[in-house]
Design a protein around this ligand. Structure first.
Ligand SMILES: *Cc1c(COP(=O)(O)O)cnc(C)c1O
Length: 424
């Protein structure tokens, strides 16, 4: 079922000593990955949350092919092009933020947001030193993105490189505790305390923290956070790298949560999962802070592949699909709900939670955590049933492409139920 390890490849977040060899994938069609040995797997986590509509989505493939024949790439420092301009106009209309800055992935989209926020205060000659993040946050694997994320096993080796960030609790809710009011109040008090020092920016993953285990908060909590951030005059950065493009049931989680940040980072679903691209959306007020006779006020940041036309074409084609059929993401929670309700009765299931396309629960174990082996056991069991999952420690979740059929969704839940049964 598995191929052997390649002698010249180094896979991400993989401990070779303990991980099984990689699955050799030959093709992707819709929600299905076809392996080199002919087996088929349902990609129930959208290949690390990027495959938005489905693998091989024909209209995106066609848009990329057509753009490749016109203009594959051009320097974006002295040039502009129609695909970039159209994408900026459309994402600006959807997000309420007027300016779009391109980079290459989610981590760099976050880095750009942090640098814009930091330099905006610097350019105003009122530098602010404090940054605030949330417990459990994940913002990417580059050094600045790691610094604003939670400290963990994944960041321990780099600790001395990571700048200081004030940290506030993340009052997660789920079906067993839908309104954690006391925890929210404590978190808001912590936030007020942290904001008592002049703060450049507060960064958060709106509605769902992804990598920390699909940890969901209430919109009311985020509205209260925004209120405190505004009162302190700080900037609010929303990392929508995972939540963007319908994942939470709204096109953007900020819209669903009723907040309007100053900066939004997007990637993953941006190109429908076809090409690596990140964007950082910023308000006109921030953009204006970089226009000056002083060359030092310039935002001196740029990537070789800034505004890659193929990525822009893919993103435009993906937006076409989202705009044509918003019910595909807006109504996805109704498809999950009865199945998750049924699963919630399983003795191994704790803290079931659901938002938009994302359904998650904790597996009841004695020693929870990322290194708990129960996730691996469930993964192995589901693979044999034709469903590809990648639990986050003892957190099992589904985050499927929008094309997933009802039959395929049923198959995912059946595989998970059987895997839980097998735990004994
Ligand atoms: C995946 C992710 C990132 C990092 O994106 P990459 O493209 O992997 O660099 C940042 N923030 C969030 C919320 C993410 O889920």
């Amino acid at each position: 079922m598995n191929s052997a390890r390649h002698p010249h490849l180094w896979h991400p977040t993989t401990q070779v000593r303990t991980a099984p060899p990689p699955l050799a994938v030959r093709r992707g069609r819709g929600a299905v990955l076809e392996l080199a040995d002919g087996r088929e797997l349902i990609d129930a986590i959208s290949s690390w949350w990027v495959t938005l509509h489905g693998h091989g989505e024909p209209s995106i493939a066609a848009a990329i092919a057509s753009q490749a024949r016109e203009l594959e790439q051009v320097i974006f420092a002295d040039c502009t092009h129609a695909p970039a301009e159209r994408l900026a106009e459309r994402l600006s209309a959807h997000s309420g933020l007027e300016r779009l800055f391109f980079s290459d992935n989610g981590s760099t989209a976050v880095e750009v947001a942090l640098k814009i926020a930091w330099q905006w205060w610097h350019n105003r000659a009122e530098p602010r030193q404090r940054l605030i993040g949330f417990a459990g946050a994940y913002h990417g694997d580059t050094v600045g993105a790691m610094a604003v994320g939670a400290r963990s096993l994944f960041t321990a080796a780099y600790e001395p490189l990571l700048f200081d960030v004030a940290r506030v609790d993340w009052p997660q809710c789920d079906w067993s505790e839908p309104e954690p009011l006391a925890r929210e109040a404590r978190a808001l008090a912590e936030l007020e305390q942290a904001l008592s020092v002049p703060t450049a920016a507060v960064i958060l993953e709106p509605l769902i923290q992804g990598a920390s285990g699909m940890a969901m908060v209430r919109p009311a909590f985020l509205q209260a956070v925004q209120e405190r951030v505004r009162a302190a005059g700080a900037l609010l950065i929303a990392d929508e790298v995972m939540t963007g493009f319908g994942r939470t049931g709204s096109l953007f989680a900020c819209r669903g949560a009723g907040i309007q940040p100053d900066l939004i980072a997007l990637s993953k679903g941006l190109t429908g999962g076809f090409l690596p691209m990140g964007v950082t959306l910023a308000s006109e007020r921030l953009y204006a802070g970089f226009i000056s006779d002083d060359p030092g006020a310039t935002f001196f940041h740029g990537h070789s592949f800034t505004a890659n036309p193929l990525g822009c074409a893919a993103a435009l084609a993906s937006l076409d699909l989202l705009e044509a059929e918003p019910q595909r993401y807006a109504a996805f929670d109704r498809r999950h709900r009865p199945l998750l309700e049924q699963l919630a009765g399983h003795p191994r299931v704790e803290r079931p939670r659901l938002l938009g396309t994302v359904a998650a629960f904790d597996v009841r174990v004695d020693d929870p955590g990322y290194l708990n082996g129960v996730g691996r056991r469930i993964q192995r069991h589901c693979l044999e049933a034709g469903v590809y999952l990648r639990p986050l420690g003892h957190v099992v979740y589904l985050l499927p492409p929008l094309c997933l059929s009802d039959d395929q969704l049923n198959q995912c839940y059946a595989a998970i139920t059987a895997a839980l049964d097998s735990l004994g």
